[in-house]
Each structure stands twice: as structure tokens, then as C-alpha cells.
Design a protein around this ligand. Structure first.
Ligand code: SAM
Ligand code: SF4
Length: 443
């Protein structure tokens, strides 16, 4: 029996990849204490919900899920229920008042204290609010066997953000930037590869501003990337998310030099008009962004580009929006995540005048997404008849297909063949769809 006096846990993860990493971190700590994960919240003694608050939509999703667990707790009063992540940080005690079924809340910078909190809850303590924005990030020791059978894994290399884009809640809920020591990251990456992981994605809200300095040694993001890429057995290396202002010539050079660095970069541009970029405090211009795209394509002509964009930022005019559309048509992104701007409590933009009506935002989003749909489909169709390299990641739920990704991050589905999970195979693309490609395995 462990200190929490319970046997099983279930973690529901919402939001970004950093939350996925934090949930895996916690799962490993709980398993190291002798607890077992279960597939379903109804069967668990402890339920943890890891939340997101970057836009209004994930917040509503979290509230619905909390409602569901509250119902389960009525029938199972000994269930321990904790809410973690950015919504927990943002709402703190408020969320406890609104949902009495929650036993504790802990923000993203408190993840290493959750075990301790669970022990206190097991002893009868309730209403714990852990939201101090602590640094540094926790050391992550990989549990023996946790990643066995997994092909891909994330490593969070830095936490928080110092950029304060005027629309964004992240600096408030994840705190100031704090990088992890490079030696710890390298050790973690080696352990993952030892367990059979073939692809690692380095994570940070602003991953390319990674910095570590100790006596006599200085590491920036390109130097870390180079060192990780040298790990024997690591077939693919990716990173996300990069801020355009921190894409250095050294980082661009990595795409020309590191064999296992995948030719794909996620580079959010947010808006195509310099006026809006300035109001957003993004610290680059449209021209600078396009210059970066050119330099990346010069060094790696096959590089895939994905991005984030927002419509309906306060004060965004029809002309500003046209500039965004123009940038999308100019760059021709491989894929694009597009959002309607939503006010986040406490951010500067929430107090800006000139709010764009909801209907107008929806209309702009629709126009933008239709244009991008055509671009994505055109890019995917260009692969029909071609042979691509796929790292085989998963078998479909029905077991009738295997699925993996190309170096450029496109999803490819094809008929299964035994024992090829985790291998890089050649697949001929027969049909292109909006979000994936269908192919046949070449022998
Ligand atoms: N750090 C990354 C960056 O600088 O691009 C992304 C962080 S954020 C978690 C992911 C995306 O959510 C952003 O790129 C932005 O497009 C979107 N986003 C952030 N705040 C938003 C808001 N208030 N309304 C709508 N979308 C938002
Ligand atoms: Fe938010 Fe801007 Fe930081 Fe990205 S860079 S997390 S958008 S404040």
C-alpha cells in the first residue's frame, strides 16, 4: 500500500503537448509508488484532470468534464479528484467554490508537488490550492519500462514564457521562462531511446529561447538540438513551438546539417498585418516573417511549414484580415491551426477597444479555413504517386491499418504488416485527403 492509500488512477489530459508531458510525468511518479493506471475514470480511486485555458473553448470542455466526475463522486464519495494545469492556476479557489467535488487544484508549476498533495488529501485534507509559480521545472526520471512499445515521446525542455503577447494567458498561468539543465535533458533523451523510442519532440511554449548558462558553459537552443541529435539510435528529432523572433541563423543552419532533424517547423505568425502584429506585441513584422520562411526554404527546400493564426483580434479591420489571407496564400503552409480571438481575463488585449463581433469573427474564420483547405489538399495531392518515408507509430483501433508520419509531419495510413511498428518504411501514396494520405507499403 502506498502513502495515498489507493490503488488506481486515471489522468484526463486536455490542451497542449506540454500537458501531455506533465501527465506522463505524474503517471510515472504514481506508478513508481505502486499505483496502476486504469482506462476509465469510473474505475479509478484517483482522477486527475489536466486542463487548458488558452481559449474559451477548452475551458468549457474542462467544466463539462468536471461536471461528469462530480456525478461519479456522488456515487463514489471516496474518489479523490484533482484539477491540474492552466485552468487550475487561473481559477484557483474559485473553481473549488464552483465545484465542491474537487479535492484540490494545482497549477502547471506545481506538478512535482501533486504526490505530496494527494497524500494530504488521503489523510482527510480538502480544498488545497497549490498555485505558486515555482521554478525550476522538475527533474524527470524515466520510469523503467514506461515508454516500452512507444515510438514517439515528448521532452519539455523549458517552462513558462516571457513574451507577453497581449492576447495570451500563458505567461500568467505558466510563469516566467525557466530552462532545464542540458545534461538532464540529454539523460532523459538517452533513457527514452534505450526504451525503444525512435522520435523525440522537444517542447517549450517558446522552445527556441532555451538558454542555460553555468560557469564556463553556455547552451542555446541550437547547441542543445545538436547534442540531442547525436544520440545513437534516435531516428527523428522535432521541436515545438518556435517564436519567429527567436529563429536564429544557427537554428536555420541545423535544418541543413542535422540528418535526423525532421524538415518541419511550426512557426506561428498569428496575423498578416503589421498593425495587428504590433498590437499583439509579437515583435516581428510581416516582412521579417516572410524573410524567415525564405531562408528556411533556401536551406531545406522540402521543409514543411505549419502555423497558428487568429482572426478577429480587437481592432482587426477588413484590410488587416485581407493581409492575413494574403500571407497564407503567399507562404502556402502545409497545415494551419486557426482560431477566433477570445478575451482572456487579465490579458492586455481583453481591455482593448474595437472588439470584433462574434458573427464577423466566425465569417472570417470560415473564409480563411476554406482557403487553407485548398492549399493543404493541393500540397497533399502533390504526393500522390510518390514514395515517402513513414515512421510507423500506431495500429488503428480496428487493427486494419497502420499509421505513421512522414518527416514533414503528414499522417499516412496503410495496410498492416506484422512487426513494423517503430520502423521507418517506404510507402507509396495512392490517395490524398484533407488531413491524411493513404498508401501502400513498398517491399
Ligand atoms: N507559444 C506559442 C506561440 O507563441 O505561438 C503558442 C502558444 S498558445 C498555447 C497556442 C495558440 O493559441 C497561439 O499560437 C494562438 O494562435 C492561440 N491563442 C492564444 N491566445 C489566444 C486567444 N486569446 N484567443 C484565440 N487564440 C489564442
Ligand atoms: Fe503566448 Fe506569445 Fe508566449 Fe506564445 S509567445 S506562449 S503566444 S505569450
Amino acid at each position: 500500500m502506498n502513502g495515498i492509500l489507493t490503488e488506481t488512477f486515471y489522468i484526463k489530459t486536455m490542451g497542449c503537448q506540454m500537458n501531455v508531458y506533465d501527465s506522463d510525468y505524474l503517471a510515472q511518479r504514481l506508478m513508481a509508488m505502486g499505483m496502476s493506471p486504469v482506462d476509465n475514470a469510473r474505475e479509478a480511486d484517483v482522477v486527475l484532470l489536466n486542463t487548458c485555458t488558452v481559449r474559451a473553448k477548452p475551458e468549457h470542455k474542462a467544466a463539462t468534464y468536471i461536471g461528469r466526475i462530480s456525478q461519479i463522486k456522488k456515487r463514489k464519495p471516496n474518489l479523490i479528484f484533482g484539477v491540474l494545469g492552466c485552468l487550475a492556476q487561473q481559477e484557483g479557489p474559485e473553481i473549488l467554490k464552483r465545484f465542491p467535488a474537487i479535492d484540490f487544484v494545482a497549477g502547471p508549476r506545481q506538478i512535482q508537488d501533486v504526490i505530496d498533495i494527494l497524500t494530504r488529501v488521503a489523510k482527510g485534507e480538502r480544498g488545497i490550492v497549490a498555485t505558486a509559480l515555482k521554478a525550476p521545472p522538475p527533474e524527470a526520471k524515466i520510469l523503467d519500462g514506461y515508454y516500452e512499445g512507444k515510438v514517439t515521446a515528448f521532452i519539455t525542455i523549458m517552462q513558462g514564457c516571457d513574451n507577453f503577447c497581449t492576447y495570451c494567458i500563458v505567461p500568467y498561468v505558466r510563469g516566467r521562462e525557466a530552462s532545464r539543465p542540458p545534461f538532464e535533458i540529454l539523460e532523459e533523451a538517452r533513457s527514452l531511446v534505450d526504451q525503444g523510442v525512435k522520435e523525440i519532440t522537444l517542447l517549450g511554449q517558446n522552445v527556441n529561447s532555451y538558454r542555460w548558462a553555468t560557469d564556463g558553459s553556455y547552451w542555446d537552443f541550437p547547441s542543445l538540438l545538436r547534442e540531442v541529435s547525436r544520440i545513437p539510435g534516435l531516428k527523428r528529432l522535432r521541436f515545438t513551438t518556435s517564436h519567429p523572433k527567436d529563429v536564429s541563423p544557427q537554428l536555420i543552419a541545423c535544418f541543413g546539417e542535422l540528418d535526423n532533424l525532421c524538415p518541419h517547423i511550426h512557426l506561428p505568425f498569428q496575423a498578416g498585418s503589421n498593425r495587428v502584429l504590433k498590437m499583439m506585441n509579437r515583435k516581428y513584422t510581416r516582412e521579417e516573417y516572410l524573410g524567415l520562411v525564405d531562408r528556411l526554404r533556401q536551406i531545406r527546400p522540402d521543409i514543411a511549414l505549419s502555423s497558428d493564426v487568429m482572426v478577429g483580434f480587437p481592432g482587426e479591420t477588413k484590410q488587416d484580415f485581407e493581409m492575413t489571407l494574403d500571407l497564407i496564400k503567399t507562404v502556402e503552409f502545409d497545415s494551419l491551426f486557426s482560431f477566433k480571438y477570445s478575451d482572456r481575463k487579465g490579458t492586455l488585449a481583453a481591455s482593448f477597444e474595437g472588439k470584433v463581433p462574434e458573427e464577423e469573427k466566425s465569417e472570417r474564420l470560415c473564409i480563411l479555413q476554406e482557403i487553407q483547405k485548398q492549399i493543404t489538399l493541393k500540397k497533399n495531392r502533390a504526393l500522390e504517386g510518390k514514395t515517402v518515408e513513414v515512421l510507423v507509430e500506431v495500429r488503428s483501433a480496428k487493427g486494419d491499418k497502420l499509421s505513421g508520419r512522414t518527416p514533414t509531419n503528414k499522417i499516412v495510413n496503410f495496410r498492416p504488416e506484422s512487426k513494423i511498428l517503430g520502423n521507418i518504411v517506404k510507402v507509396k501514396i495512392n490517395k490524398a485527403y484533407q488531413n491524411s494520405l493513404l498508401g501502400e507499403l513498398l517491399r
